[in-house]
Design a protein around this ligand. Structure first.
Ligand SMILES: [Zn+2]
Ligand SMILES: [Zn+2]
Length: 185
């Protein structure tokens, strides 16, 4: 059976509202308010709730079926083939670097290995230059939740203007942001 790398919840540390023992990630639900958590938490493909830390695993479920399952849960109806194709194209790119056994967080549209020491990139919403991975640092220093991750001022003072997925070459994602985003809260 062919298989490929995917991400599942690694633990319930920092922020986790997902009770599922085996939680695969859903399509990253980031909207225009990354500070609410949509810009720095994963969500569970089954219960749709948020968690912080994920781990690379090998799965045998084909991309199309994962996408169909995620979209069905998101829209509460059978998705059309275009939606599934778009999901697959995005997720393959999003997860391209995933290594089995390695731990990751999501931060502003970027998948970040938790052992990374320095962040220097333009995300979907803002530019980031940090000497730590914020979710990892927040495990030791909870203040980082309030001063950075959930802080509107941090995100807005570093904002890039129109840096939504569409501005970064993901045109079809934009139209669905609002629609998909509704399922987050
Ligand atoms: Zn769950
Ligand atoms: Zn948000």
């Amino acid at each position: 059976m062919p298989s490929h790398a995917y991400l599942v919840k690694d633990n319930n540390e920092l922020v986790s509202h997902c009770p599922c023992p085996q939680a695969q990630i859903a399509y990253p639900p980031q909207a225009d308010c990354p500070w609410c958590g949509c810009g720095w938490l994963f969500s569970c493909i089954d219960c749709r709730k948020a968690f912080t830390f994920a781990r690379g695993v090998q799965v045998s479920e084909p991309w199309e079926e994962l996408g169909r399952r995620d979209l069905r849960a998101m829209f509460e109806k059978e998705p059309n083939d275009d939606d599934v194709d778009e999901w697959v194209e995005f997720m393959k790119r999003f997860l391209a670097e995933v290594e089995v056994g390695k731990q990751y967080v999501v931060f502003d549209g970027r998948l970040i290995p938790t052992d990374k020491v320095r962040l220097d990139f333009d995300g979907w919403h803002a530019t980031h230059q940090l000497d730590f991975v914020p979710q990892v640092a927040a495990l030791k220093d909870k203040a980082i939740l309030a001063t950075l991750l959930s802080n509107v001022n941090y995100w807005e003072s570093h904002a890039l203007g129109d840096s939504t997925p569409s501005a970064l070459g993901l045109p079809t994602v934009r139209d669905r942001e609002t629609k998909w985003w509704k399922f987050w809260k």
